[in-house]
Design a protein around this ligand. Structure first.
Ligand code: HEC
Length: 292
């Protein structure tokens, strides 16, 4: 199968939809609404500008390919690997698992009726009833819970396979993340704070490695830009020997700075994912992918 798709980048359209998504609100809240919308819009612009300046010779659309966007040498090798992608089996197994009929006769398709049109671009979203960020992985388990099925383990295995299938079916769609109200903004801000906070014995923030010194070597690794981080997930890493989700990677990056890894799909990582995906607004979904 042809696993690399290219598409036009419509981040401006992404931001426009983001703004439109909050256009219907009560008069009272209007000023507040527009101010946090403006803040996020500015954050997105600043974030992108930073990388366009730092990597001025690289088209910003390319950041969806992680570290392979900025490393011509390993990119070639990676493209070869993608030809016989190591996650192909996971996508197939994910599709099969997705087709499973629950004991009550329903199945995932009742929860995700539009899966084949692509739905990954709308995750994570903020649920305004429960006031929490819902990632695609959490949504999969919520679907199981609604249908009285036991939850799957987060991070790898069947749940990551289903996530891979969902991403695969969504390839080429553009991230379209909404900010529906002030509570959503709070979740976004919590994720943003996480991203810029130093942690662990090594006292590093995500932003230190993936923003300030992105493109530098850290021991044997070239540090990827954070712009586009969520687009290619889940990823098959040869280091892991299996598929892992964005939160598996968060936990690993936390461990690398000798910080306590947090609960996969817990509130902190979900808010972080919300922030990271918002920063990548309008970029193309191209998961799953392979990494060394
Ligand atoms: C000490 C440096 C360091 C810190 C701090 C760090 N990471 Fe990483 N991270 C890495 C390295 C090295 C890799 C593997 C190479 C790459 O893709 O950048 C990586 C990979 C990733 C990837 C996978 C990218 C891909 O395309 O596969 C994500 C996502 C990520 N980090 C997010 C984070 C987040 C969020 C934080 C903060 C919680 C964080 N990292 C903190 C070093 C770091």
């Amino acid at each position: 199968m042809n696993l690399i798709k290219t598409n036009k980048f419509h981040w401006l359209a992404g931001i426009a939809t983001l703004l439109l998504s909050v256009s219907v609100h009560s008069q009272n809240n209007e000023n507040k609404q527009s101010s946090f919308q403006e803040n996020v819009k500015e954050d997105i612009q600043e974030f992108r500008d930073f990388y366009s300046k730092k990597f001025s010779n690289i088209d910003i659309n390319e950041f969806k390919d992680g570290v392979y966007a900025i490393d011509a040498k390993s990119r070639e090798q990676w493209l070869e690997i993608e030809e016989f992608a190591p996650y192909e089996i996971s996508v197939e197994e994910g599709e099969e698992a997705f087709g499973e009929t629950f004991a009550n006769g329903k199945s995932y398709i009742d929860c995700f009726p539009k899966v084949e049109d692509g739905i990954r671009q709308n995750y994570p979203y903020f649920n305004t009833e429960t006031n929490q960020v819902i990632t695609v992985e959490l949504a999969i388990n919520q679907c199981r819970k609604t249908n009285n099925e036991k939850p799957l383990a987060f991070g790898n295995g069947t749940l990551a396979d289903i996530s891979a299938y969902i991403s695969f079916a969504s390839r080429g769609q553009l991230l379209d993340i909404k900010l529906p109200n002030e509570k959503a903004y709070d979740a976004y801000m919590a994720g943003k704070k996480f991203f810029y906070s130093k942690r662990g014995q090594l006292n590093f923030a995500c932003a230190d490695c993936h923003l300030q010194i992105a493109g530098s070597m850290l021991r044997a690794d070239l540090l990827s830009p954070a712009l586009g981080h969520p687009t290619a997930m889940p990823v098959y890493r040869s280091n892991w020997g299996e598929l892992g989700t964005l939160h598996t990677r968060y936990a690993e990056c936390n461990k690398n700075v000798r910080a306590q890894p947090l609960e996969l799909q817990g509130e902190d990582y979900r808010n972080l994912e919300y922030f990271q995906t918002m920063m990548s607004q309008g970029m193309e979904v191209n998961g799953p992918s392979s990494r060394k």
